[in-house]
Design a protein around this ligand. Structure first.
Ligand code: AMP
Length: 304
């Protein structure tokens, strides 16, 4: 058995450029992360690895996407463990810059605007969040010069907005979505799960249970989906639900009762001190159901 090669670590723009130029092929995919890597990130890396000659992983805790009262300072930092995951998954280059490398002039005066879709759902709870996300994603796409970028369905609104940015602003990159990786009991993997106490973690299971209940009701139409999911959540008063929505996957508008086809059932809740999000794509109507909850099967719109 051959030991996997440790990725080259680049902290500066010059180091990244040198590492990229040393790669034998230009067929490079990027996986962007904030570190504290888990099996969800590893799945993205492996998916990228299968289809491309090289994979660059970025590890950057982007201050621009955190609000003043959010968890930037307590966000887990686990660089050594992250490197092990990157090594095992076959990453070529890890780009781990500090904020002054990414934003050498301080907070950028010019940013990418996420537009109206960025004000809904997560954007309502986290004003400016998606402008910060898109700004850094745009910069990291330029800096890594990747041909493809892999993102998780776990952050469905982020995925949608990145796809829109790439299309609306003509970024020369393919965006690939990867289904959500879950713990055996259904909890969606997240770096923020480390904040959960043992009892919070039990409470948090109501999110994936609600999505599964919604998926099972999908054949009966939108109100049945919403009702089934809500019934699970009301059983768990310690989950402070911010939203539970069944929306069109492209517009994020609530789907009307007559709607049949692909939709997104998404939930956000505060559990203890931790805000968690989860979602499942589903098909509403005859033959419908959840598309990826508790399975590893790529859903219809995913490229993986
Ligand atoms: P983060 O480090 O949380 O910003 O996530 C980096 C990337 O990993 C994003 O594209 C996320 O959507 C993706 N991701 C996070 N959690 C999961 C998961 N449980 N399954 C699949 N992808 C994930």
């Amino acid at each position: 058995m051959t030991t996997p090669t440790v990725p080259v670590v680049a902290h500066t723009r010059d180091e990244l450029k040198a590492a990229r130029e040393a790669l034998p092929s230009r067929d490079v995919a990027v996986v962007m992360t904030m570190g504290a890597l888990h099996d969800g990130h590893a799945r993205l890396i492996r998916a990228a690895r299968q289809r491309h000659d090289h994979v660059v992983v970025t590890i950057f805790l982007n201050p621009l996407q955190f609000g003043p009262k959010e968890d930037l300072s307590r966000y887990p930092r686990t660089f050594d463990a992250d490197m092990e995951i990157c090594t095992d998954a076959g990453v070529d280059v890890v780009f781990a810059p500090t904020p002054d490398v990414v934003y050498p002039d301080g907070d950028p005066g010019v940013r990418v605007s996420a537009g109206p879709l960025g004000d809904l759902l997560e954007g309502k709870a986290r004003p400016g969040h998606f402008d910060g996300v898109l700004t850094v994603v745009g910069k990291l796409l330029h800096l890594t010069a990747a041909r493809s970028a892999y993102f998780g369905q776990k952050d469905a609104q982020q995925m949608l907005l990145i796809r829109r940015m790439v299309r609306d602003l003509d970024f020369p990159v393919d965006v690939v979505s990867v289904p959500t990786v879950r713990e055996a009991d259904g909890l969606a993997m997240s770096s923020r799960n480390t904040y959960l106490t043992a009892s919070d973690r039990e409470v948090a299971l109501c999110l994936s249970r609600a999505l599964r209940a919604g998926g099972e009701a999908a054949v009966f139409g939108p109100s049945a989906v919403r009702r089934a999911a809500r019934e699970v959540l009301v059983e768990e008063p310690l989950a402070l639900v911010d939203y539970l929505v069944l929306v069109h996957p492209e517009t994020l508008a609530d789907v009307p009762e007559w709607y049949r086809g692909e939709a997104l059932l998404a939930v956000a809740a505060k559990i203890g001190t931790t805000r968690l999000i989860d979602n499942t794509p589903l098909v509403v109507g005859p033959g419908g159901g959840a598309i990826d909850v508790f399975t590893d099967v790529p859903h219809a719109r995913a490229d993986v």
